[in-house]
Design a protein around this ligand. Sequence first.
Ligand code: AHM
Ligand code: MG
Length: 338
Amino acid sequence: MNPEIALRIALPIGTTLDRFIQQKQEQFPFATGELSQLLRDIALASKIVNREINRAGLLDIVGSFGTQNVQGEEQKKLDVIANVRFIRALKNGREACGIISEEEEDLIDTGNYNGKYVIAIDPLDGSSNIDVNVSVGTIFSIYRRRSPIGTEVQAEDLLQRGVDQVAAGYIIYGSSTMLVYTTGYGVNGFTYEPSLGEYILSHTNIQMPEEGTIYSCNEGQYHEYFAADRAYIDYCREQKYKTRYIGSMVADFHRNLLKGGIFFYPATQSAKKGKLRLMHECNAMAFIAEQAGGKATDGKQRILEITPTHYHQRTPFYVGSKKMVEKVEQFIKQFAQE
Ligand code: AHM
Ligand code: MG
C-alpha cells in the first residue's frame, strides 16, 4: 500500500466536538444536556457563517450593508448575515430564552420561555477585515437565567457579571477555522475539518504562557492614549518586544493565548471607556484567559467582576499573559499616584 495512504488510514480522526461535549456532560451527574445542546447550536451556526466567509469574494457579500449598528458603526453585509445565522440557530435550538447581540440595540426575546440560558454574542468581530481576507471571529458568553423558568426573559438575566458565565468561547475564521471554549474547567480548542463538516479536538487544556514578548494594541493611537499606556508601550519597545496587531481581537487574542502576549484596547482621550464591549466581547475573552492561566483587567479591576448596567457598555481592556498584564497594571497604578 502507498505509505501515505497507509499513514492516513492508521491515524485516528480524533474526538469530534459533539463527542467531547457528550463526554464532558457524562462527568456531571445532574447535567440535563441543555448547555451541551446550546454549544452544538452555536457550533452549527458557526459552520454556516464559516461557509459564507469562505465564499465571500465570490458572492456579493463583501462591503457595507448600508446601515449602522446600535453604536453608529457601519454594518458589513457579513455582520448582518452572521447576526441572522446565530440568532436563528439559537432560537430554533430552544435552549436560550434571550440573546443580546452587538448588532442589535435591544434584548431579543426568543420566545423560548422554558430555556434556562441567555447569550451575549458578537456575531462577527473585526468585520472591517473581511473585505481584505483577514481573520475575523465570533465571540459568545452563556449565562444561566435569573428569572423563573417559564416566564419572559428580563434585563436582569443578561446584566450579570462575567464571573457568572457558565460557558464562553470564540470561533476564529482564520487560516483554519477553530472553536475555542471553556465551561470553567480549562480551555479546549477544536479545528474545523471542512471535508467532514466537524470540529475535531486539536488543542487540549490550553495554557497561556505566563510571560510573553508580543504586545498588541493600535499603536497609531499612541498620542491618544493616556500617559500610563504610553509609558507601557515605551517599556515594550525598550524590551524589544514584538508588536503584532491584526485589528481583529479574536485573532490577536488567539495568537497571544498560544504564544504568550498581551492585547490591550485602553481608554483614549476621546473615548474614555475605550471601544470594546464588556458583555459581547471582553467577558468571554477574560473567562477564557483566566481559565488558561492568564489575566484580564480594565487596568484597575478584574473584568469578570464588573457589574454591567447596560448591554452595550464599553470598557478599557487588557488581556493576556499574567505577568504582562500585571506589568501594565503597575504602570497604571504608578501614573495614578503621580
Ligand atoms: P467590531 O466589533 O466593530 O469589529 O470592533 C471590534 C474590533 C476588535 O476586533 C479590534 O481589536 C478592534 O475593533 C480594532 O479597533 P481599531 O481599528 O480602533 O484598532
Ligand atoms: Mg466586535
